[in-house]
Design a protein around this ligand. Sequence first.
Ligand code: ZN
Length: 658
Amino acid sequence: MIDRATVDRIYAAADIVDIISDYVALKKKGVNYQACCPFHNEKTPSFVVSPSKGVYKCFGCGKGGNAVTFIMEHENVSYPEALKIVAKRYGIEVEEREQTEEDVRRNNDRESMFALNGWAADYFAKYLITSTEGRSVGLSYFAQKRGFTEATIRKFGLGFCSAVGDAMTMAALSAGYKQEFLTSTGLSIVREGDGKLRDRFRDRVIFPVHNISGRVVAFGGRTLRTDKSVAKYQNSPESEIYSKKRELYGLYFAKKAIQQQDYAIMVEGYTDVISMHQAGVENVVASSGTSLTTEQIQLLHRFTRNITVIYDGDSAGIKASLRGIDMILKEGMNVRVVLLPAEHDPDSFARAHTADQVRDYIRANEEDFLSFKAKLMLSEAGKDPIKRSAVVTDMVQSIVQIPDSIQRSVFIKDCARIMDVDEGVLIAEVARKRVQQAGGGREAEEFLRRQQALQKPQERAVDVDITKSSEAGSSVEALEYELVKYLLKSGHLSYEILEGRNVVQVNIADEIYYNLDTDNIRFISPVFQKIYDTYRQHWQELGVGVKVPEQYFVNHIDPEVCNMAVDILTSDDNLVPSKLWQQKDVHVESEVEILSNGVPKAIMLYRSKVIDRMIKVQLQRISDESLSEQEREESVKRMTELINARTKISRESQRLIL
Ligand SMILES: [Zn+2]
């Protein structure tokens, strides 16, 4: 936790134009700045930065926030990490609360390890270019054998570690790095016998592994010797800063392109990624050696839901990796598969083709993963009925992983066709497996049986999804948005109503709080509730009629509140046109008129929606057979009350509309 005072200091120092300029080229336009949005692909700029308000907003994709949430979004780091990045930039010392000594030590250790890895990456890269050994062995391999250009070699930080045995270790020690961190990062190994330090990567070309924010967390070293007794690859061990299953090679360089093109290409090794980049295809990552993990998929999921896995034409590993893909399905990703022509791997294919050719080939040859798998397995099973039924079981297992029910039924149809089995059989099997997987015991099975009995067999196109809870009412959320918008934009304003013969001033914030308090309503959406609570706190301090400063929301401690506040404050709708705000004196009448209609209507609608939901809950309760007689009576009574309340509201709202 970073304390509030430090957060405030960070926000005070952060210059949003300065920070965003690091990522996109901003052009001054009037009092604001403009650019093409870094979060979605566009040709005409709709991304606007307001230095006076300290916010950014994209009018194309809707993303908006402040300087810190921009870093969060763009670097895909947590809020505290983003705060620290901004703090570091402006030389603000971050005091963190509630850190134990152990935390402090571990953080220092992590920082020391990052520092050493950064130094080592530079050292290897320099050694590749400047030493005779590096040039003749390493550089000639990268440049001639692999065809990497100087720019590519520099971009990926490729390097070479001398064959001497302890050259890197000695250089690190004399540069002041501690032995402790040489071993904890795995850069050096303690030799058995004499206990001397040796370079782990001696006599190997070096591929640094960057994490998502571009820091070097590990290295991969490849030997160029043909000697079979030497392992081809040597990798950094797991450490405080490196977990193999949590990193994807190339993601740091690919994330922007993946986001913009909304799909990622998955290849196998370091050189596949690098060659594709050099060819101009930049949305490429590799799981590098390990089979895919759930963590890696979740990492990728932050940028896209679409993955295309590329296999070598003659790869024997396809079948083994099919299992891994079930995991991708489980994360709700769309997976496609491309087979390269038999003579190619991604590396050689990229070198032999232009970026457009590579992309065209992928587009033309990619195939939905499940159809691909079904075909592959069926061709292996041949005519053997036992093997064919094993294929069906296997396919069902894959389909079961897909979280979306509509997508699932599409796949069921496809698979039924490809495998030539009855669709109804597949549907029933998938449904049964899903019940099992959901951990549903007898009740779930019973529920499923009843559901199926209710449907005629041919209508069971979409199988029953009992793992999903009922969806949140979107219109209730829309009304919560509207109410919060009235608060933020016009909570301090008042309008006049006639009560009897008297003209009464109604303050908007007062009206909203009074009404929702009456029914004891809490917002369904936590972020709206937070804005609602924050506004109330400041409103009570400042007094009725005083505008609560936007900064309280735009620079709120909760980043979700920041982004939502920017969204609301930059939303431009017909109710309160922004021009009216700038020329308040001239148009104030019509603005208040609009509000005097809109606010009570929104409150009324919201209350009736919330009551509707409560009625539904009671209805469900009453139909529950296990309810006791007394409980049922209470439920009926409560429902009657609610229905009366709803009638009253609808009468009031009719009056409003008249
Ligand atoms: Zn955008």
